[in-house]
Design a binder for this molecule. Structure first.
Ligand code: GLC
Ligand code: CA
Length: 562
């Protein structure tokens, strides 16, 4: 068994503050809104809140474009509100993890304002500036939000690099002064007593010198240049420096958001002794579902097999070497129940099944706000109802440049838009789902009359109480946190079953990821004298034969074997 640590045993709850709870009727969630809901979070049983960015920002990308790292966005409140929030959280034994966005700043950050003034400005080298090449952008990289990663700035007749929007210029991590400034800022927050950082696209901070052109694989003028900026040449060096100068001095949770990492990368970056971060968000399993959303013709069955292969690899490869973070959704993804479960007739069952899955793997589970009541995707009728800049620019590019039929483009938006996860938290069945007394910044999901916290709290069989029970189970059974993982029935196309073991302690997890009723056959090598059911999302007769039985749609069962 690996070493015990609080951040391994914790369950993290992610708050997207803009959509959580509005305390003053301006339609925007805020810090005082979160304060009012701390007892709700406590009742759920979570230990840690990861708070998406609340810093000063012009909100081109909802706070992921920061203009002042050491102050709070006006719409969210003040630094005093934030101090009070931290204090009230700690009083309730809740920990606070802040979002750290240091791959880029806002173009309205004073560093960038200085940087763009002249080529010899002391801040020039805080960002990545290049002259035109053959009368156009310095290279062919495509931005994550569409178009080139380069924007031309007249003032100095050069381009600056932005992997995301033009209002998110990338910091130049090659410059030691940039790194020093960031470490000082991190220290300032840690000095205030926060409990960790979630680090935004942290594996993109090191770019390959020379910024070479990406291979041309599509007809578009811009190509994905990931091989030159994802897990770049100096990434590990930068992270180890950050660890040495800042992180190692605090007992904190650190989780890197790291798209396109392999288990080998994770073992290096999050190695218990020699790594820099405590854990990472990998995206392999989410990228499979992105393909599903794009309706690449994979049958449902092969999807589960791919999913099992990916998850099993992460479970096995990291065991004893690095620590997993387990999630099926966040503010950048569709709702997990819509993506991996069923948001129709089996919404409640499948939401519980997915929760069983995320809480029963080796790693730290992350719950995205609203998942604990089974919130679903939304399907707004018009692109004008969408707020996310990525969604809007993808739609525009599809319709205007690629000639995609608008109705078809909207379907893709319905399946994939980040706004699926950003509609307001559904608190009750009153106006605007009880989120605000004003007009919300983005429309509420019309299903709030049925799906909301008030209903969940009044129903002992709700998704909410199921989460509560899972979180408790995890706390009471170290095998759930630390146990080794063994997949069973690896080639079953509907059932995902696995066993977790520490010494004599064993739990068996049986999950029917389908709408069908497959028969479960316990492999013969699994011997036991007593099987006690710990949690299930259907009524189960405790004397039922475990060796062979029929599962109901999205049925989940957890047994302790002795
Ligand atoms: C991360 C964030 C996402 C943001 C992007 C740029 O992926 O999670 O919301 O748009 O980085 O900061
Ligand atoms: Ca507000």
């Amino acid at each position: 068994m690996t070493n015990r640590a609080w951040w391994k045993e914790a369950v993290v709850y992610q708050i997207y503050p803009r959509s959580f709870y509005d305390s003053n009727g301006d339609g925007i969630g805020d810090l005082r809104g979160i304060l009012q809901k701390l007892d709700y979070l406590k009742e759920l049983g979570i230990d840690v809140v990861w708070l998406c960015p609340v810093y000063k920002s012009p909100n081109d990308d909802n706070g992921y474009d920061i203009s002042n790292y050491q102050d709070i966005m006006d719409e969210f409140g003040t630094l005093a509100d934030w101090e009070e929030l931290l204090h009230e959280m700690h009083k309730r034994q809740l920990k606070l993890v802040m979002d750290l966005v240091v791959n880029h700043t806002s173009d309205e950050h004073p560093w960038f304002q200085e940087s763009r003034k002249s080529k010899d400005n002391p801040y020039r080298d805080f960002y990545i500036w290049r002259p035109a090449k053959d009368g156009r952008e310095p290279n062919n990289w495509r931005s994550f939000f569409g178009g080139s990663v380069w924007s031309y700035d007249e003032q100095t007749d050069e381009y600056y690099l932005h992997l995301f929007s033009r209002k998110q210029p990338d910091l130049n991590w090659e410059n030691p002064r940039v790194r020093e400034e960031i470490y000082t800022m991190m220290d300032w927050w840690l000095g205030k007593g926060i409990d960790g950082f979630r680090m935004d696209v942290i594996n993109m901070i090191s770019k390959t010198p020379g910024l070479p052109d990406a291979p041309v694989v599509t007809r578009s003028p811009y190509q994905f240049g990931g091989q030159y900026f994802v897990n770049g040449p100096r990434l590990m060096e930068f992270l180890l420096e950050m660890k040495e100068k800042v992180l190692s001095r605090y007992d904190i949770l650190t989780v890197g958001e790291t798209p396109l990492v392999t288990t080998q990368d994770a073992i290096q970056i999050a190695n218990e002794e020699t790594g820099a971060l405590k854990m990472m968000f990998q995206f392999e399993h989410m990228d499979l579902s992105a393909e599903m959303g794009a309706e690449i013709s994979t049958s449902e069955s092969s999807r589960l097999l791919d999913f099992k292969t990916v998850m099993s690899r992460w479970q096995k490869d990291l065991d004893g070497r690095a620590w997993n973070s387990i999630y099926l959704g966040n503010h950048d993804q569709p709702r997990s129940v819509s993506q991996f479960g069923d948001d129709g007739p089996y919404r409640v069952e499948s939401a519980k099944l997915l929760a069983t899955f995320t809480h029963m793997l080796q790693g730290t589970p992350y719950v995205y706000q609203g998942d604990e009541i089974g919130m679903t995707n939304v399907a707004f009728e018009s692109i004008d109802d969408y707020r996310d800049l990525a969604t809007r620019s993808m739609y525009r590019e599809a319709v205007e440049e690629k000639g995609v039929d608008p109705a078809r483009a909207l379907e893709v938006v319905h399946a994939r838009s980040r706004d699926n996860a950003r509609t307001p938290m559904q608190w009750d069945s009153g106006e605007q789902a009880g989120f605000t007394t004003g007009t919300p910044w983005i429309k509420v999901n019309p299903n709030y009359k049925e799906i909301n916290v008030a209903h969940a709290l009044a129903d002992p069989n709700s998704v909410f109480y199921y989460y509560q029970k899972l979180i408790k189970l995890r706390k009471e059974n170290p095998v759930v946190v630390y146990g080794s993982y063994e997949v069973l029935l690896a080639s079953d196309e509907e059932i995902y079953a696995f066993i977790r073991t520490v010494d004599e302690d064993r739990v068996l997890v049986i999950l029917n990821f389908s709408k069908n009723s497959p028969v479960f056959h316990l492999p013969e090598n699994i011997a036991f004298t007593n099987a006690e059911i710990l949690i299930t999302n259907y009524e189960v007769n405790s004397h039922e034969e475990l060796h062979e039985f029929t599962l109901r749609p999205y049925e989940a069962r957890l047994y302790r074997l002795r």
